[in-house]
Design a protein around this ligand. Structure first.
Ligand code: PGA
Length: 250
């Protein structure tokens, strides 16, 4: 399975700063062929970055969010077919910040997954428990619900088109990474869940990324785990050298 390292820039950097960082990354390329390197900039810069990346850089562009409707009166929103019309191939969905700050339920996330798959875009479906849920020993239940509901609107045969990102909410932006053992435990759980519901071929084909305070110091240990197929990187993706070192951790 091809490894994936994705940088989620969130709502950071003005246009000029974003272009400088992106051009710096492109200048480091081409990226290793056995790793899919993704950059998810603010939506405003997507079309610009598609042009800038289109030079054999080995960097693909991802959106951070999408609406599930194809078009219509949804002020401020962007649809999957709009992303597809720019030839964007990846989109993050169900990030915990969207779930918590923008009230996205797993049902809404599922509709977004469906809209993306129908438009030939790979969803990066984010799942992960909050700290109190982990303390209460409910993390497996929370993750199972988010995975299974998130995938509930697509055909079983389409599940291979999805990437899953396990991001424990308590590890996001906190500097507190899950230990490689803690992460592996949940990744293996997700792999088994996929196996039980969608079969062995699908389970072994769906990449499961880890996210949450992943940095150059801990990436190698995390990526060595058997069920960790890459990373979704927030803060460290805003620094060129850190992001490159994370990519090189494989
Ligand atoms: P972080 O964010 O690396 O800054 O913890 C990860 C994410 O939110 O995807």
């Amino acid at each position: 399975m091809k490894k994936i390292v994705a940088g989620n820039w969130k709502m950071n950097m003005n246009y000029k700063e974003a272009c400088i960082l992106f051009d710096d990354l492109v200048a480091e390329g081409p990226m290793p062929e056995d790793i899919t390197v993704l950059v998810a900039p603010p939506a405003l810069y997507l079309s610009e970055f598609m042009l800038r990346a289109d030079t054999g850089s080995g960097i693909s562009i991802a959106a951070q969010n999408v609406h599930y409707m194809p078009n219509g009166a949804f002020t401020g929103e962007i649809s999957a077919n709009m992303l597809a019309s720019l030839a964007i191939q990846y989109c993050i969905v169900g990030h915990s910040e969207r779930r918590q700050l923008f009230g996205e339920s797993s049902e809404i996330v599922a509709r977004k997954v469906k809209a993306l798959v129908e438009n030939g875009i790979t969803p990066l479906l984010c799942v992960g428990e909050m700290l109190d849920e982990r303390y209460a020993g409910r993390h497996f239940d929370v993750v199972a619900e988010q995975v299974l509901t998130g995938l509930s609107q697509i055909e079983k045969s389409q599940v291979v088109k999805v990437v899953i990102a396990y991001e424990p909410v308590w590890a996001i932006g906190t500097g507190q990474t899950a230990s490689s053992a803690q992460a592996q435990e949940v990744h293996a759980f997700i792999r088994n869940l996929l196996n039980d519901h969608f079969g062995q071929t699908t389970a072994s084909a769906v990449p499961i990324l880890y996210g949450g305070s992943c940095n150059p110091g801990n990436a190698r240990e995390l990526f060595e785990m058997p069920d960790i197929d890459g990373g979704l990187i927030g803060g460290a993706s805003l620094k060129k050298d850190d992001f490159i070192r994370i990519i090189q951790s494989f």
